[in-house]
Design a protein around this ligand. Structure first.
Ligand code: C5P
Length: 240
């Protein structure tokens, strides 16, 4: 069974019972789980602690966005709970608060959400922002690098530009990944695991293609293997 820490499985499910059933069905193929808004208010925090105790890594997708001092206190509480990744929005005060709140916790990594992938150029214009979307992503990634956070969440398209500019200073976490032959659900721009890795993604977030699969463990293992193959291919093409 291929176990892969680069594959983050989104537990977008209505209850802790449903999430625990999914984790059980995925078994050893699942090493890293994402808990977001849907589970957070209904036992998701306790589930996160249990997953950590069971040796799994946990991504808390809480997208904090508030004044710096409030973010700092919130992140300090998350560090006490235990988690591996936590998202915050990519504004300088928010990022600085998050870094201060994390303190010297060796486990918790902070990820900056640059521009939500549900927004396009027209949505930015409605909000009074006339910068090109990719430039805004890079500007916010720059805030992230300056604040000293660990990475950004970005689509595969943006991953390439972020990696070109910031290299290993920022890890890139990419959603919108679909194995070859799987449906896109409501994702607008989907890439295969191999394409995402080739674009520079360090971690891939995949939800429905795994948790809704007839055999979630086999699907997770197959995607993990695709990620490994993508990394090998990228290494081979970079070799002199
Ligand atoms: O089921 P699916 O693979 O589409 O799940 C992707 C996960 O990544 C969801 O939890 C979604 O909220 C999250 N996400 C996303 N696009 C972003 C940021 C997060 O799809 N830009």
């Amino acid at each position: 069974m291929t176990r892969n820490d680069r594959l983050i499985i989104a537990l977008d499910l209505p209850s802790v019972d449903a999430a625990e059933a999914a984790v059980g069905a995925i078994g050893d193929a699942g090493a890293f789980y994402k808990i977001g808004y849907q589970l957070m208010p209904v036992g998701g925090l306790q589930l996160a602690a249990r997953l950590g105790e069971a040796g799994k890594k946990v991504f808390l997708d809480f997208k904090f966005h508030d004044i710096g001092a409030t973010v700092e206190r919130g992140v300090a509480s998350v560090a006490q709970l235990g988690g591996d990744f936590l998202t915050v929005h990519a504004e300088p005060d928010v990022l600085n608060g998050a870094v201060a709140g994390r303190g010297d916790d060796p486990r918790l990594k902070i990820l900056a959400v640059t521009v939500l992938t549900s927004l396009d150029q027209a949505s930015l214009a409605r909000m009074g922002i006339d910068m090109a979307l990719e430039d805004l992503v890079l500007k916010r990634a720059e805030f992230a690098a300056e604040a000293g956070v660990d990475g950004v969440v970005a689509s595969a398209r943006e991953a390439r530009a972020v990696k070109a500019r910031f290299g290993d200073a920022l890890a890139v976490v990419t959603p919108g990944v679909r194995p070859a032959g799987a449906g896109a659900d409501d994702q607008k721009r989907v890439v295969t695991p191999g394409e995402a890795v080739k674009a520079g993604a360090d971690y891939l977030v995949v939800g429905r293609p795994i948790v809704a699969a007839p055999d979630p463990g086999a699907r997770a293992a197959a995607i993990a293997a695709e990620i490994e193959a993508g990394i090998e291919a990228a290494r081979a093409s970079a070799a002199p």
